[in-house]
Each structure stands twice: as C-alpha cells, then as structure tokens.
Design a protein around this ligand. Structure first.
Ligand SMILES: *Cc1c(COP(=O)(O)O)cnc(C)c1O
Length: 493
C-alpha cells in the first residue's frame, strides 16, 4: 500500500506495512489527531478494533433484530442519506411511515376512522414511544384536574416492578411518581389486582407489559381492564391503560389472535411496539399508536412549516434516518401476515427445543411460560456450588452471549439466565447451544472438588504454604466468583 507521495517517505513506505506505519502507536482517544490518514488505513483500523465486539448473531441477550434480507439491506443503504424530518422533500418516505402506522393500528384493532387511517408515529424505539405516550397521559390528566380545580402537581403511574428501565426514565425525566407492584418468587409479572389497588386519583395510567422483559410473559391486560373498569365506576375516575408491547406487539397478533390485550379493551388508550424487535427491522425504529384523537392532547403536537408545508410532528428528536421506516414497510409487504406468522411459529418452536434441552440437564427450573414472546428464562435448582453468572461467563468461551441477572423486588433472591430466540437463531444453533450448556454444567460439576483440592496445596500469596482446608479454599473460590457476579446483576434490554 503506497501511503505517501513525498520522496523522503518512499523508503519508509517500501519497508512499512499498514501495521507499522499507522497502527504502531496508540490511537487517538482524547483529542482529534493533527493530521489526516488515508481512507484505507482509517477503515482498516476501525474495522480491526471492532473485531473485539461480540458477534451480534450470537448475542442471545437482545430482542433487537440482527439479520435482514440482502434486498432490504440495499434499500437501507440507498436511503442512508435521507433525513426523515424533511417530510416535504421526501413525501414518499412520510407516506410509508403513515402506512406503517395504519397497518400496526389495524393489527392492534384500533377503532380507525371512516377512511381507515389511524393516529400514531414512528420513533427511534419503544423508549421514545413510551415517553410520548406517557406525556400524553400526563397532559390529559393535568387538564382534567385543572378543570375540576384539583391539585395537578403529583401525578403517578402504576406499573409492575418488572418494567423496562425506560419507564423509570420517563418517571424521572417528566416528574411522575412510579408506583410499582412488587413481584414475588414464582410470579414475575404485574398482578392486575394489586395494580388496581395502587391506583388513586393522581394516577395518569396503568402500564401493562405484553412480553415482560425478564421472562417474555404476557401480563393479563384483559383482567386489568375489567378490574379497572369496576374501580373507575365506583370512584368516578377514568384511569386509562397503556400497553407496552415493545416485544410482544408483533408476536401476539400472529400467534395468539384471540388473545384480547389491545384496543379491543376499552380502557387501552395507547400502545407502543418496537419495530426493531419482532417487527424484524434493525435497531432504530419504534411505534406508538393512540386509540383516537381524544387521547393525544393537541398541545403536544407541533406544526412545522418552514420545510415547505404544514407538517404535524410529535417526537422528541428532530432529525433522524429514514432507513428503518422504509425497512419496516418492506417487511410488512414482503412477509405479510403469513410470513410474520411462520417466523413467529418457528421462533416458538426453537424456544421449545431449547426449553426441553435445558430442562433435560436437570439442573434448571424454567421460569418463562409457554405463552408469550419466544424467550427462555431459567434459574439454577441449586446454586450452592456455582451460579448462573458463572454459567453465563463460561458460555462466552463458545461465543454465546447469554445474560444472567437477578429479578426485581421482591424476588431479588432469584437469579436467572435468559435466551431470546430471534428469527436468525436456527434449530441447529439451538441444539449446539444445548450441547455447549451441557458441557459447561458438567465441567462445573467435575471441576468443583478438583479445583478445591488443587488450590489447597498451592502456596498462598505471602509465600508461605497455605494452611487452609479443602473446604475453606472451596469457600474462597465461591466467594471470589460471587464478588464478580454480584456486580453483574443488571443490563438486560
Ligand atoms: C425493549 C423494551 C423496551 C425499550 O424498547 P427500545 O425499543 O429498546 O427503546 C421497553 N419495554 C419493554 C417491555 C421492552 O422489552
């Protein structure tokens, strides 16, 4: 590779490979470098450093899509330079987003207008969608309290303790108290009865999750709707429901069409879903849909006109890419109901294979349910000798990324491993993972006595022979692992 044109450098260039010319000193981390470098070198350096990232396809920690068809990759690259917010300049992209909103609203049984159109917006993900939905509830509640001359400064929201972190963000960023229904061992979703008990006059909404982040389980929105309707009748309030269907919104309509969790239930006023989870698009797209115009206060909608014509917008960010919205529309027309149905069936089938294989090791309790999003969550029957955190760590050796975490209050003493089954996780990979998991468990079973005996004869740090008994060393080994693993109790998405 010729890297410089000057004569003085010619010699150096002859002798130097890419590595000794550009990668022999540490790369800039704090300040922008003085000079430039050739594009090939910059490309190689960045690409090489990225080799140390995990392989996204083996990242079983995440719901977010890691594979799309090459045709869709092409569409994405072709629109990578389009700013979504320039709606007047890119009217077709805007039209595609509106079609996506309508398609999703129909899937969720929204009572659409005579022309079949619905009210909703594309976002960067479910987190932004939830901020918008939460703001709409807060404003509606405030307007109602003001009208009746009541205090409107202490709004709260009721959720299960299993909510995703974005609800805690919403509560903190927008000054809403988060009232959490606690979990208990063996019950890892929001109990609808307890949720309704927490509701008071200042509750802006109850948020139910369709596809709990921790176990993939669906919360009972129908029962919640029933109990809350009764409470509303008794008290004269009109507390609404939001459904966080980030992971389940593209699973339930295809696998469980008769399950009533959406706008078929009258108190459900808004629903969010992540396009980049089972919507099958790469990271960067979410959706929020409202039941009707009455549920989205007009004061939150901005009208921009300097880009050409009047464009209503309701988002937190201004500029963003168009690719994900285009990719979402591609998936809808490419797959259709039939395609989504067969992909979800296949994911469930692979989850079942995993579940059976894991159960067969006889070391684990399966905590996820058969109905839900295709997730397998499982805890150790006996963690006296090794923990789920150690298993997670050991699976990394084979390339697998399987997270381990403790449950939220009051089930903190339960620690689980979780595998999210996505479209690109095949039957063969499931079998491979089971066999690697068996290996890891067998190693832990076998390693335990051997490690302890060996360690007991090793010289201690201060140079003297260790006087510790086998049992003491064994305890030390475990407490060492626990110290490492205790730092790793969170981080699921
Ligand atoms: C993933 C997830 C979110 C956050 O969604 P993003 O699209 O990653 O912003 C919120 N709630 C639930 C239940 C989730 O699973």
């Amino acid at each position: 590779m010729v890297l410089s044109k000057t004569a003085g450098d010619a010699d150096v260039n002859l002798r130097c490979t890419f590595a000794s010319r550009y990668a022999c000193s540490s790369l800039p981390r704090l300040k922008i470098p003085e000079g430039s470098m050739p594009k090939e070198a910059a490309y190689q350096i960045v690409k090489d450093e990225l080799m140390l990232d995990g392989n996204p396809r083996l990242n079983l920690a995440s719901f977010v899509t890691t594979w799309m068809e090459p045709e869709c990759d092409q569409l994405i690259m072709a629109s990578i330079n389009k700013n979504y917010v320039d709606m007047d300049e890119y009217p077709v992209t805007t039209e595609l987003q509106n079609r996506c909103v309508n398609i999703i609203a129909h899937l969720f049984h929204a009572p659409v207008g005579d022309d079949g159109t619905a009210l909703g917006v594309g976002t960067v993900g479910s987190s932004e969608a939830i901020m918008l939905a939460g703001l709409a509830f807060k404003r509606k509640w405030q307007a109602k309290m003001k009208l009746t001359g009541k205090p409107f400064t202490n709004p709260n929201i009721v959720t299960g303790a299993n909510v995703q972190v974005c609800w805690e963000k919403f509560a903190r960023y927008f000054d809403v108290e988060l009232k959490e229904v606690k979990l208990r061992e063996g019950y890892y979703t929001m109990d609808p009865g307890e949720a309704v008990e927490l509701v008071d006059e200042n509750t802006i909404c109850v948020a139910a999750i369709l596809g709990s982040t921790l176990t993939g389980e669906f919360e009972d929105v129908k029962l919640l709707n029933e109990l809350l309707t009764k409470k509303n009748e008794e008290t004269g309030w009109d507390t609404p429901i939001h459904v966080d269907a980030a992971s389940g919104g593209f699973v339930a309509p295809f696998l469980y069409p008769d399950l009533e969790w959406d706008f078929r239930l009258p108190l459900v006023k808004s629903i969010n879903v992540s396009g980049h989870k089972y919507g099958l698009v790469y990271a960067g797209v979410g959706w929020v849909v409202w039941r009707s115009h009455h549920d989205l206060p007009d004061e939150l909608v901005f009208h921009i006109n300097y880009l050409g014509s009047d464009q209503p917008t309701f988002t937190l960010n201004f500029s963003k890419g168009s690719s994900q919205i285009i990719a979402q529309y591609y998936q809808f027309i490419r797959l259709g109901f039939e395609g989504y149905n067969s992909i979800m069936e296949n994911c469930m089938q692979n989850a079942k294979i995993l579940k059976e294989g894991i159960a067969k090791t006889d070391r684990f309790n399966i905590v996820s349910k058969d109905v839900g999003v295709p997730v397998v969550a499982f805890s150790l029957k006996d963690s006296a000798n090794y923990t789920v955190f150690q298993i997670s760590e050991s699976l990394r050796r084979f390339g697998w990324i399987v997270p381990a975490y403790t449950m939220p209050p009051n089930a903190e003493h339960v620690a689980v491993l979780r595998i999210v089954v996505r479209e690109d996780f095949s039957h063969t990979l499931a079998e491979r993972l089971i066999s690697d998991m068996e290996k890891v468990v067998r190693e832990f079973d076998a390693m335990l006595p051997r490690a302890a005996v060996k360690e007991a004869h090793v010289t201690a740090n201060d140079g003297k022979r260790s006087e510790k008994s086998v049992l003491e060393v064994q305890r030390d080994v475990f407490s060492y692992w626990r110290r490492i693993s205790d730092k790793k109790s969170s981080g699921v998405c």
